[in-house]
Write a protein that binds this ligand. Structure first.
Ligand SMILES: C[S@@+](CC[C@H](N)C(=O)[O-])C[C@H]1O[C@@H](n2cnc3c(N)ncnc32)[C@H](O)[C@@H]1O
Length: 276
């Protein structure tokens, strides 16, 4: 009898995998399948690329490409005047589209955090200086976001309409995550927007819920119904290049490295309340 039930369940799963996936994820979240959460899809990447044909290409960094496309699309529709990016790295796929714009005042901050896949200190500095020379319109600040005392007199508070980042937040420990977001809140104007892509393993609802809670804890409004979270059906979800993860991002784990799972990205779309 038990085996028969198992067999029926397997047949049912095969017959309608999409519905069963949604049922499984609903079970995972314990609630309904409604959600405002924006999880990257291949179709959305394709549509967003229409206005930026340079980014409609094969890529080893699809999640990063998507993040910058989503940000460029937002800038084109909302026309923010002052934009602040944290964690630009030494190069990113959105740079030639974003850092050459003259219709926005763009500030950008980063510093060498010793990430293995980048470069040693000397090489990092040389590349950073070259970046500053290449994009003279951008106001580069060599420091990390998250320490308002250190940034006093360097990064203005209550100044920016938009704070952005791509593939940075998932690298931060929960405490640092909150420090960075509190600082982002401080430099934003009331009514200003935080628009950041955050990568995570597909289906990792626990991490997602914890981060939603942190974003709100820092004072932001983020209209996500966290009681109804679900990940969309995997046939359209945008995924990180698996070989890139193993060869590049997990490099420091050596010969015994083990693939931790497929990553996608979600957009944090939060607002500093006007009354703040
Ligand atoms: C994975 S890289 C992403 C780089 C770039 N955004 C891209 O998509 O190619 C993460 C970057 O975030 C930077 N970063 C980490 N913590 C930061 C912080 N608190 N403030 C600014 N940048 C930070 C790191 O130095 C690194 O350059």
């Amino acid at each position: 009898m038990k085996n028969e039930l198992k067999r029926i369940a397997q047949v049912a799963w095969k017959r309608n995998p999409k519905e069963n996936w949604e049922r499984a994820t609903r079970k995972l979240s314990g609630q309904s399948t409604r959600s405002d959460l924006r999880v990257a899809t291949v179709d959305e990447w394709w549509q967003l690329g229409r206005a930026y044909p340079l980014m409609r290409r094969g890529s080893h960094t699809p999640l990063k490409d998507y993040g910058y496309l989503a940000i460029l699309n937002y800038i084109d529709s909302a026309h923010p005047k002052r934009v602040f990016e944290f964690g630009h790295g030494l190069w990113h796929s959105g740079m030639d589209s974003l850092y050459t714009r003259t219709d926005i005042e763009l500030w950008s901050c980063d510093d060498n955090v010793g990430v293995e896949y980048y470069a040693d200190r000397q090489e990092w500095q040389t590349k950073y200086d070259a970046l500053k020379a290449k994009y003279p319109n951008v106001h580069f600040v060599q420091m990390l976001l998250g320490d308002p005392e250190k940034a006093r007199g360097i990064i203005p508070n209550n100044y920016f309409d938009l704070v952005i980042s791509v593939s940075v937040l998932e690298e931060l420990q929960p405490k640092v995550f909150e420090q960075v977001l509190r600082h982002a809140y401080q430099i934003l104007l009331p009514g200003g927007k935080l628009l950041c892509s955050m990568d995570l393993v597909i289906g990792d609802i626990d991490t997602l819920k914890a981060r939603i809670s942190s974003v709100r804890q820092c004072g932001f409004e983020w209209k996500v119904d966290e009681t109804a979270l679900k990940f969309i059906w995997w046939d359209n979800v945008l995924m990180e290049d698996q070989f890139m993860i193993m060869v590049g991002y997990q490099r420091q784990e050596g010969e015994t490295r083990h693939f931790r799972g497929n990553y996608t990205t979600v957009m944090i779309e939060a607002v500093k309340p006007r009354a703040a």
